[in-house]
Design a protein around this ligand. Sequence first.
Ligand code: ATP
Length: 456
Amino acid sequence: MKKEENKLEKITALAKRRGFVFPGSEIYGGFAGTYDWGPLGTELRRNVVNEWTRAMENHDNMAFLDSSIFTAAKVWEASGHVSDFSDPMVTCNNCHTKFRADHLLDTIGVAADEKMTEPQINILFDEHRAKLHCSVCRKKDFSKVFAKNLMATSTLGKFSEEDQEVYLRAETAQGIFINYKNVLNSGFYSIPFGIAQVGKAFRNEISPRQFLFRKREFEQMEMQYFVSPKEAFVAYEEWKNERMAYYDRLGIKKEKLRWKQHENLVFYAKDAWDIQYEYSFGWNELEGVHYRGDYDLNQHQKFSGVDMTYYDEKTKERYIPHVIETSTGVDRTILMILSDAYKEDEMNGEKRVFLRFKTNIAPIKAAVFPLLKNKSELVKKARDIYKMVKKDIPQIMWDDNGNIGKRYRRQDEIGTPHCITIDFDTIQDDSVTLRARDTGKQKRIKIKEIISHISA
Ligand code: ATP
């Protein structure tokens, strides 16, 4: 466990050092729960979003949407977020630090169910209160457990006295539900069909932690599949299979992923499973694949007065479609990819750190080096090759800084699968040295073979 905890620190440090992820507002001392994608993180994020989008496109009848972050407050009243979207919290009576009650209980091996009501979790907390101490001042003196709503708010309006408080969306799913009728009425879709979207979500997480795992501003990739009640269970099984298969495309080790069924279903759900990944701090939720029945559309029908029913031409029945939801996060996916790819080994008697990204995920597919940066004919040839490759494969990098060994180490650290070195032989015979990240093996290939080698 200790070694694995260390791993999160190593990944966090590497991510900053090489420009994957920077702490938010760092020059002002940081801003809890926020991170900024650096140059390589931006590429990595784009690759992840592209893979997810492609997986969704592979499913028949998929519509895409990009709904707004600001919405009418009623959306969140209808969805239940205003009344029920909260975490159980306690305050240290001595130093006033705030904690999540379930996280504190977790430190002594007591699991609090996330569906527990406020009185239930208070009873559980009181049973164990004598064993719990504040991690800041070490005192054993906590308040009662109280619910803290997780919705982040902002204000909008013409003049400050007329400003209205608005909710920032806590999930992208509601944008899909409120547009379900619009998509249907556009005339291109019929049941069963899905609506997929990628977008930012905001949650006032009490204790943002574990690097990218729990942020206050994060990104979701969500899909709601609208299906007839009779076909919903079959569709649910199909989606479960598709979603697990998708992680193979990302190159994730199979034994690090597992299904976990929800023990206590919320009252409206028909079935709910999460895909968990074994992060260095334990098995945790990466994606939810949930069969939500007709709850969401029903709620919006009730609150908006808009008819959400669908007339099924095939069965001659009118019903509110049932919803299968697949919901995952870009940030947790990237933390998983970094954790899964992180490796330390020894090469040529030297310790090295490298990221074993699958090529489709790697932010940089290949780096192009002139052997020496002060020989103009080498640099010119290398530049020509760099430009030629970049036309087909934009995610490549030019690197002429330091000796070749140092350049290899740097590229290994950012997970670049191939390095291409241009030397004096290149000028004579149009061959280059291609070096593979995982093995360090080198071979000579012709310039015209580069693209097929590095896109493999
Ligand atoms: P948890 O129980 O871990 O807080 P959740 O059940 O609240 O997660 P959902 O509401 O189901 O999460 O959100 C769907 C997905 O969005 C999650 O599986 C996760 O990948 C991502 N996600 C949720 N909250 C965060 C967060 N604070 N930071 C980063 N990603 C998040």
